[in-house]
Design a protein around this ligand. Structure first.
Ligand code: ADP
Length: 498
């Protein structure tokens, strides 16, 4: 349930529940079930006279019956005492007059009426009510007449209800009400606070613990909060943030690890040719190469090893630039066919000299132009071709094929080799920085694992894409796309700031 709805419901509960319970309480008190006394009914507050009349009505009706059928009973003290005692349970009493003489006075002490002030015979009749003064308070009086002048006497029976008794009853009700209402409010508040505590505070506490953990760098926990309210959503966000931070931390660790490995590989890869350079140059200095032929051989080795180190350092420098996103591009509009023809020519000669085959096929129309940094795209081609050479299969004549074709808005270049191929497990990772398929290291092939990540960066900075397919033990195919120039495009427009 949403927090808004829950607060609204709590509000309704706080307001409506006590009101409902107050009503129930009212009727319970009214029916005398709460304190077992109907005389303390709340009706005292609303309709005091009617209530008092109702309270004494049964006795008054009985007296009326006597007046018609058994007037003698008014003169029998025993029977009058009985009626008086049943009236006393309604806080009332009976006074009977015969003529001017009071024959029965059931008033409790201190409540006797002033007889002279009692109404005269025949003045008050039926259901009329009158207020009279008692010794120390007022009272409500009802009258039932009996006998008449023809019968030589006239009698009056007065049912008197001191009104002072109403007030203590009302006070009792007030106290009962206040106590019950206080109890109802306490229970309602307790229930609602407990519900809110359970639904909100506990979740907030758990989130607080979670954020403390994050602050202390402990990301190995799961924050699970059930529900669909805003607090649970916030908890979900904290959990996602933690997962994100953890993924970042893992990535950082992996990168740091890869960089450590990279440094140690580079050191190793630089050290090997350097040792050769030092060895052969010392040999020359020490004169262990007496003939010019031998000296030339040593110098050639020194030159090759120095070039190897130079290539490696060049790659390192590009790698650093990739890291800081600052490869300096110099875009120009070039004829695609011309560009690839030139690259193919250089390679065909080199491959021939190494007893390898370089095949080239270009299906592009003559006027097709691309906007590229020629030196960087040459670096891409060079990386791909030199990988094909590096990862050739022993005992099999290397065959590399460069095929360039039209792909709508793009031109597609494909470099296929018949080398050792890449396992399906490694294939998705080869464009990652510092990734080297295990086999490459195992077989002592030199490399840093950054060549293809440089390729990917350069191609994507040209707005293209690069991907590869491979069958282990058969060969690999690398593809990349470069966007063609639209007719209106000017070289300056696409120059990169990189
Ligand atoms: P390096 O060659 O320096 O290891 P690269 O980024 O150029 O790094 O290549 C990453 C990995 O991809 C290599 O270690 C190698 O396992 C694999 N690879 C790349 N090109 C080829 C290829 N033509 N044939 C087989 N494996 C290749």
């Amino acid at each position: 349930m949403r927090l808004k709805t829950r607060l609204f419901m709590s509000f309704l509960l706080i307001v409506i529940l006590p009101i409902l319970l107050a009503f129930v309480l009212y009727f319970l008190i009214a029916s005398g079930r709460v304190n077992g006394n109907e005389e303390t009914s709340p009706l005292y507050f609303t309709n005091t006279i009617d209530t008092l009349i109702n309270d004494t009505d049964p006795e008054v009706q009985e007296l009326k019956q006597w007046s018609k059928a058994f007037p003698d009973r008014f003169l029998k003290t025993d029977i009058l005492k009985e009626i008086n005692s049943s009236l006393s349970s309604a806080n009332s009493f009976l006074v009977v007059k015969q003529g001017t003489r009071v024959v029965f006075d059931g008033a409790p002490d201190g409540m006797h009426p002033r007889y002279s002030r009692l109404p005269v015979y025949g003045k008050l009749s039926g259901s009329d009510v009158m207020v009279v003064k008692l010794e120390n308070q007022s009272a409500m009086l009802r009258e039932v007449d009996f006998g008449d002048y023809k019968d030589r006497y006239h009698g009056q029976a007065f049912v008197i209800t001191p009104t002072g008794t109403v007030i203590p009853g009302a006070g009792k009700i007030l106290i009962t009400y206040v106590l019950w209402m206080a109890l109802i409010l306490l229970i309602t508040a307790f229930v609602i606070v407990t519900l809110l505590y359970n639904s909100i505070i506990r979740k907030v506490r758990r989130m607080q613990e979670a954020t403390e953990n994050i602050r202390n760098g402990n990301l190995d926990f799961t924050l699970k909060v059930k529900g669909k309210d805003e607090i649970s959503e916030l908890a979900g966000s904290i959990e996602r943030m933690k997962n994100h931070l953890r993924a970042d931390a893992m990535q950082k660790l992996e990168t740091e690890d890869a960089q450590r490995k990279f440094l140690s590989n580079i050191t190793h890869d630089l050290k090997t040719p350097l040792t050769s350079v030092i060895g052969y140059s010392e040999g020359l200095i020490d004169g262990i190469a007496p003939t010019p032929d031998k000296q030339m051989k040593y110098l050639t080795i020194i030159h090759n090893k120095a070039s190897e180190m130079n290539d490696l350092l060049n790659e390192l420098s590009v790698f650093t630039k990739i890291d800081t996103d600052s490869i300096p591009y110099d875009f120009s509009r070039v004829n695609a066919r011309g560009f690839f023809d030139e690259f193919a020519e250089e390679n065909e000669v080199e491959f021939d000299s190494q007893d390898a085959i370089f095949l080239y096929q270009c299906d592009l129309p003559d006027g097709c132009e691309i906007m590229i940094d020629t030196s960087q795209i040459k670096r891409v081609l060079h990386n791909l071709v030199s990988n094909a050479v590096k990862y050739r299969r022993d005992g099999i004549r290397l065959k590399v094929m460069l095929r360039v074709s039209d792909a709508g808005e793009f031109i597609q270049a494909e470099i296929a080799d018949n080398g050792r191929g890449i396992s399906q497990d490694d294939l998705p990772h080869i464009f990652e920085r510092l990734f080297r398929a295990d086999k490459a290291r195992n077989t002592q092939i030199k490399g840093s694992g950054i060549g293809l990540s440089i390729v990917k960066k350069i191609i994507s900075d040209h707005g293209g894409q690069v991907w590869a397919t491979s069958i282990e033990g058969t060969g690999s195919k690398f593809y990349f796309l470069l966007k063609k120039c639209s007719d209106k495009e000017e070289p300056d427009e696409q120059d990169s700031d990189n």
